[in-house]
Design a protein around this ligand. Structure first.
Ligand code: HEC
Length: 152
């Protein structure tokens, strides 16, 4: 009798773990580790060309509203609110760049730079929230892939 009760508890545990991982798959989550987000939000590397397009798109990154960049010098307007992006791949690891793009406020206290990938304040963004984010998970990975080429 007692043994089967133990078995039932163990089985319930297995089901809970399975439900937990299914939830993680259907929502967008990220984990901050040592001041960065080491894992790709999509589970795969981004496309740098698409990242370039997202950065100059005024409805997506609009990064040039605040930043200058030699790589984007063919673009008309470059703001001066933030530092020039030249050489960011020398200054930051991929994980740190990802965190800056996801939520710069985690990196720079009180910065004007918007959090491009919004969460509900926890480490997980449910699908119903992700539509409110300026950049999608794929956009973030594309921008990260492009910024990784910013070496001096
Ligand atoms: C509203 C202005 C604004 C926009 C828009 C903006 N940023 Fe920033 N960003 C800043 C500021 C200001 C800083 C400096 C951090 C601080 O506040 O100390 C910064 C810092 C950074 C840094 C770190 C640079 C360094 O050398 O330390 C990176 C990388 C960066 N931004 C990338 C981006 C990208 C990519 C985009 C577009 C997706 C973007 N930013 C959009 C204002 C902005």
């Amino acid at each position: 009798m007692r043994l089967s009760a133990v078995k039932r508890v163990a089985l319930a545990g297995v089901i809970a773990i399975a439900a937990g991982s299914a939830m993680a798959d259907s929502s967008t989550s990220y984990k901050i580790v040592d001041g960065g987000i080491p894992e790709s939000l999509t589970g795969k590397p981004g496309d740098p060309d698409a990242g370039r397009a997202a950065m100059i798109n005024q409805r997506l990154g609009n990064c040039l509203a605040c930043h200058q960049s030699t790589a984007l010098k063919d673009q008309p307007f470059h703001g001066e609110i933030g530092p020039a992006l030249d050489g960011v791949a020398d200054r930051y690891s991929e994980a740190q760049i990802r965190l800056i793009v996801v939520n710069a406020k985690e990196m720079f206290d009180g910065t004007m730079m918007p959090a491009f990938y919004k969460s509900d304040g926890l480490t997980r963004v449910m699908d119903s929230f992700s539509g409110k984010s300026i950049l999608s998970a794929a956009d973030v990975e594309n921008v990260v892939a492009y910024l990784k080429t910013f070496k001096e």
